[in-house]
Design a binder for this molecule. Structure first.
Ligand code: SF4
Ligand code: SF4
Ligand code: SF4
Length: 233
């Protein structure tokens, strides 16, 4: 985790003062110019993802709780326990930095070029064209086919090296876990974020993913140092 120094403004002070006038808005996993926020121009979206407005995110981790509740259902004696989530199993992970304080909810950004799929060594199915990792035609989320996955971990390594490093591997099978499902089109983290910091975003693929470390450095630069100090990238 990066160490930032100097005497930062309080979070509230910088939220009030900094980002709005800068011309650039920071969203979950990528940076996008304000005028590019709606990517599709009326065409059919080919990509779907959840983005974060860091001006609003407080790091409360409600998104982790509702995500795990929606995607890792707890069954005891055949009965589902509603309302019980385990943030350790969430598809969104809030990475917190302290010097200065910055919170980066990290998740799969459904990358247009999907290095994770590219790295999958399983041949495309002749009927569906899908590798063991593929983009679902309906939800547009990256999914794993457990019937074809060989648990090699190439996808996890590709995401770690090239993008956000969100893929964990199942300890027994090696199969990828923690891929955002987009909750089958109704992202629960978006629905329940108490600060309205999350948006379900569709686009034609001009977005790009950045690692939490890079986002945190960029945000610290924008919010706390007002561009007066060069941060490493
Ligand atoms: S629920 Fe919303 S405000 Fe809380 S950590 Fe997640 S994105 Fe940030
Ligand atoms: S969209 Fe659903 S699966 Fe994805 S991070 Fe949000 S709650 Fe989790
Ligand atoms: S490389 Fe990572 S962030 Fe990008 S689509 Fe694959 S799992 Fe998601």
């Amino acid at each position: 985790m990066p160490e930032f120094s100097k005497n930062p403004l309080s979070r509230r002070e910088f939220v009030k003062s900094a980002l709005i006038g800068s011309g650039t808005l920071a969203f979950g996993g990528f940076l996008v110019k304000a005028e590019e926020r709606q990517e599709t121009g009326g065409g059919k979206p080919r990509y779907s993802l959840v983005i974060v407005d860091y001006n609003k995110c407080t790091g409360c981790r409600t998104c982790e709780a509702v995500c795990s509740q929606a995607n890792e259902r707890v069954i005891i004696d055949g009965e589902e326990l509603l309302g019980l989530g385990n943030p350790a199993e969430a598809r969104v992970k809030v990475v917190s930095y302290n010097f200065p304080p910055v919170d980066v909810p990290n998740r799969c950004l459904e990358c247009p070029d999907a290095p994770c799929i590219e790295a999958c060594p399983v041949s495309p199915d002749p009927n569906t064209g899908r590798k063991a990792l593929y983009r679902d035609e309906k939800t547009l989320a990256i999914k794993n086919d457990p019937e074809r996955c060989i648990g090699c971990g190439n996808c996890a390594r590709a995401c770690e090296e090239k993008r956000v490093g969100i893929i964990k591997q199942d300890k027994k099978t090696g199969r990828p876990t923690t891929l955002c499902t987009l909750c089958e089109g109704d992202p629960q983290c978006v629905r329940y974020c108490p600060y309205d910091a999350l948006t379900h975003f569709t686009g034609d693929g001009r977005h790009f993913a950045l690692s939490p470390d890079k986002i945190a450095k960029r945000l610290a630069e924008l919010w706390y140092y007002s561009g007066n100090r060069e941060m490493g990238r």
